[in-house]
Design a protein around this ligand. Structure first.
Ligand SMILES: [Fe+2]
Length: 407
């Protein structure tokens, strides 16, 4: 059964999906464009999926959310099989639901040799229901995450209820996640596990990367958007697919890493500057959906390269990663700057200040905030405070943070 979830089951915007394009972004490298709406809970996103051919092996990267995208992906996979491809490999940039919901399509492509390779450190993330619910419990050590849920749509109830009973709020949240993930078969139980010890190191000029070789491609373990987040590099066409590492919503989960986002933007920028990257895109880059989002949410992009399908040329690729490095650094500095200014604060207090910030990067982050996109400012703040080792103490119901030494 394909994906049946979301909070308006069965009412998927098929008319919108039909606008999604299939683009050959380099010879035998296909991007099946996904979907983004400005209402995450009503119409969740579907990622861009990629098919890359290397001799007799086809690498499929991500499978999207909606059943609609199975056919365009299968069409390319079947065509390559008819033309002589023998092996099909599925890999994921991450285990989030909008990247894995059609994973079982690999069993329909007609290949005898089918493998699904999954980093061990991503196993807890691809366990969708437990990931979301365990995260809520972890966050309770930092603040009450339910109180930060939007006061509209399906998140109103857990928010209100959490003021009286956290246990009841958790039960309602569990129900919400069941609805959101309905119909998804991740195939995680039949995946071949890639251990961290099996990674190899590759040196590109002065930049070191760790990951796994898959044919001519290098699956770079960057741990940005999720612990096992992986970007894909094709040395033949100097092409880098960065999944959700280059997304404006980072880090949307507590197990992502703002520090890794900053670190890898720097590494990828260096690679581009050295001439190793000439074609760049990611799992949600799309000129049509960004334009739609911009019209609906009424904002101007911070950088023109946010609005393209694919970035091309050494200079623009370097500028693309440079922009994200600057953006992530600014969000981190703003968060820690607020805590320093306040001297001590709870996460909701820091979020309130952040929402009023005149900083252009913070303002942008505020415009795209949940539930428009899965961009949760409270989770980002918690993530930054965790990584900076900000001291915290409990006073009654309040969990109070003081500025970290290393900030
Ligand atoms: Fe995504």
């Amino acid at each position: 059964m394909p994906y049946q979830g979301g909070f308006s089951p069965g009412i998927f915007p098929i008319k919108d999906f039909k606008r999604s394009r299939v683009m050959e972004i380099a010879p035998d490298v296909w991007m099946i464009e996904g979907y983004i709406s400005s209402n995450f809970l009503k119409n969740p996103p579907s990622c861009n999926c990629f098919v890359l051919l290397d001799e007799d092996m086809v690498l499929l990267v991500d499978t999207g959310t909606y059943g609609f995208y199975r056919e365009p992906i299968l069409k390319i996979l079947r065509r390559y099989r008819q033309e002589g491809a023998k092996r099909l490999v599925l890999m994921l940039t991450q285990g989030h639901f909008d990247h894995v919901a059609n994973n079982d399509l690999i069993l329909e492509a007609g290949y005898d040799d089918v493998r699904f390779l999954l980093p061990e450190v991503e196993l807890t993330t691809i366990d969708l229901y437990n990931h979301w619910n365990n995260e809520a419990v972890e966050l309770l050590e930092y603040y009450n995450p339910f109180r930060m849920l939007p006061m509209k749509g399906p998140t109103v109830i857990p928010n209100l209820v959490s003021r009286v009973s956290i246990e009841l709020a958790r039960a309602i949240f569990r129900l919400n996640t069941k609805i959101l993930f309905r119909g998804i078969k991740t195939l995680a139980d039949r995946a071949e596990i890639l251990t961290s010890e099996s990674r190899i190191k590759k040196q590109y000029g002065d930049t070191e990367l760790w990951g796994w070789e898959v044919g001519r491609f290098f699956a770079i373990h960057d741990g940005t958007h999720s612990p096992g987040h992986t970007s894909f590099y094709d040395p033949k066409y100097k092409l880098l697919l960065t999944g959700d590492a280059t997304l404006e919503i980072n880090p949307p989960f507590f197990n992502g890493s703002m520090d890794a986002c900053i670190d890898y933007m720097q590494r990828f920028r260096r690679l581009a500057e050295q001439g190793d990257i000439e074609i760049a895109t990611d799992a949600h880059r799309s000129s049509i959906w960004t334009q739609k989002l911009q019209d609906e949410a009424k904002y101007d992009p911070l950088h023109p390269l946010q609005k393209v399908d694919v970035v091309t040329g050494k200079q623009d690729c370097a500028a693309f990663y440079d922009f994200f490095e600057e953006y992530f650094r600014a969000l981190k500095a703003e968060t820690l700057g607020i805590l320093k200014r306040l001297g001590q604060a709870t996460i909701p207090e820091i979020v309130e200040e952040f929402r009023a910030s005149p900083n252009p990067y913070a303002r942008f982050k505020n415009i795209i905030a949940f539930p428009k996109l899965p961009s949760r400012t409270d989770v980002m703040v918690a993530n930054i405070l965790k990584e900076a080792d900000a001291p915290r103490r409990r006073e009654g119901n309040r969990i109070i943070f003081t500025p970290p030494e290393k900030a």
